[in-house]
Design a protein around this ligand. Structure first.
Ligand code: HEC
Ligand code: HEC
Length: 212
């Protein structure tokens, strides 16, 4: 209760400071998300259908906030090629448009935005692949941190059940290969290192069809 109240008065303070500085109405997370170019890549509700982009709607609030800061600072990188890391660079390039307080508001909004339903891949999935994916997830020890079906992670860890297949594959591979090393990634490394490409694909197939 005290914490709630402290949080409340802090946000009042932030709002009044923002009002004092700009004399404009304080923007909430949703309108910030929609006006700071995020939707060009992530869609209007943080749930755009690009298969290799993350689902943001319904993700853990603290995780979202930390990832945005890490992408902005270049600590989290992705998509290595001869130019650098173009995949994460596109987002890094626009992050000067948002302050840390605004990122917090965006994370607050995204965390409670409704997560979309699983998307069917172009080629229909067979039950055998889903079963194998589930077995690989269990054998990989993933549930100890991400919870059963990737839906009940430890506090501040990401929900991975219901994320997009290609995105999941990319992240697992980049964590395994030591490209994504930001935040708490180190904790997952021993588990990621044991995954071969086939297991990564099976796990991603399975997780992508979980309904949140
Ligand atoms: C140019 C395209 C682009 C823009 C603009 C962009 N992003 Fe991203 N965003 C990405 C990509 C690609 C990734 C995945 C990076 C990776 O694979 O490591 C990402 C990752 C994220 C993540 C981490 C998700 C996770 O599950 O780890 C968050 C949170 C996020 N973006 C929020 C935002 C917000 C908020 C904005 C606007 C201020 C924004 N993005 C603007 C392309 C973009
Ligand atoms: C010891 C705890 C732990 C275990 C076990 C673990 N992970 Fe993770 N995983 C994490 C943490 C922590 C992160 C977020 C890292 C960060 O802070 O950037 C993460 C991130 C991920 C992501 C990226 C999510 C996103 O939105 O970008 C995927 C995918 C993932 N884990 C899959 C798996 C799979 C599959 C397994 C089993 C083979 C596994 N993890 C086992 C802790 C763990």
């Amino acid at each position: 209760m005290i914490r709630l109240f402290a949080g409340f008065s802090l946000s009042l303070l932030l709002v009044s400071t923002a009002l004092a500085q700009t004399a404009a109405p304080a923007a909430d997370g949703k309108s910030l998300f929609r006006t700071r170019t995020c939707i060009a890549c992530h869609g209007r509700d943080g749930a755009r259908a690009i298969q290799n982009y993350p689902e943001l709607a319904g993700q853990d609030r603290v995780y979202l906030f930390n990832q945005m800061k890490d992408i902005a600072s270049g600590t989290r990188i992705s998509g290595k090629d001869e130019r650098g890391y173009p995949r994460s660079q596109g987002m890094k390039d626009i992050m000067h448009l948002v302050s840390e307080a605004e990122l917090q508001q965006i994370a607050d909004y995204l965390a409670v935005a409704p997560a979309p339903k699983p998307r069917q891949p172009e080629t229909p999935l067979d039950q055998a692949a889903l079963d194998k994916g589930k077995a690989a997830y269990t054998q990989g020890g993933c549930q100890s941190c991400h919870g059963p079906s990737g839906k009940k992670p430890l506090a501040s860890y990401p929900t991975i059940g219901g994320m997009k297949r290609e995105y999941l594959m990319l992240q697992m591979a980049e964590m395994r290969d030591g490209i994504r090393t930001n935040g708490k990634s180190k904790l997952m490394l021993p588990f990621a290192k044991k995954l071969n490409n086939e297991q990564i694909e099976l796990i991603a197939t399975y997780l992508s069809q979980i309904e949140r």
